[in-house]
Design a protein around this ligand. Sequence first.
Ligand SMILES: N[C@@H](CCC(=O)N[C@@H](CS)C(=O)NCC(=O)O)C(=O)O
Length: 239
Amino acid sequence: MSSQPNITLHTYFRSSCSARVRMALYWKGLAFTPVYIHLLKDDQFSEPYVALNPSKAVPTITFSPNENDTQSEPVTFVLTQSMAILEYLEEKFPAPEYPSLFPTNLEDRARVRQLSHIVACDIQPLTNLKMLKQVKKFAQEAGKDPETAGPEWQKRNLAEGLRAFEAVVSKTAGKYSVGDIVTMADFCLVPTIDGAVRFGVDMSEFETIGRVWRALEEVEAVQKGGWRTQGDTPEEFRC
Ligand SMILES: N[C@@H](CCC(=O)N[C@@H](CS)C(=O)NCC(=O)O)C(=O)O
């Protein structure tokens, strides 16, 4: 692992998309340097950052060859989109040298992607910061209280998405979301649960998710990549 490229991750402590990638990096034992993008201070809209990530969002990951690496392209590789990053990490740093993000069985791998995409394609786009800002704006224009409408929107969409996840995971789970090994689906799930708890979703509805969640809380990569333990986590949220 000595020829590991230098990895930089543009991240925000409370970003679920960043958390997926942080957990995967820790899972694979890949060292990285965080660059903090404060989403509430609009760092994602700064000109240099948008040049890196035209979607004006985190995460963005960059890889540059380290001084011992004679095999890699001598250029920095910049990648955005958390799911593309996770798939790239799996292919660039494969098993058995690095812990995998996927099971070996083809159908199980497809299930991991199915569950991951419930989070990444169905839940997260409806509940991200830019959507929340628009929901609040529309609520205000309709004469409603934006501070009530915004959290209600988040809660409803997180609960609805987790219901779909629960329906699938109740058939695929062992100790973790798909069987007994930790996968990409678990790293997508945990930050979504954090969001659901934050917006008051009643988690007792989700029996399998709850069981998997308790098992995942013991996993070091989940602890290290979680929102409460980052360099940019404000003091009041640390534990
Ligand atoms: N599909 C993108 C979504 C990225 C995304 O929406 N990131 C959120 C944080 S989880 C963000 O940076 N939002 C900034 C904003 O809404 O202004 C990915 O998976 O990387």
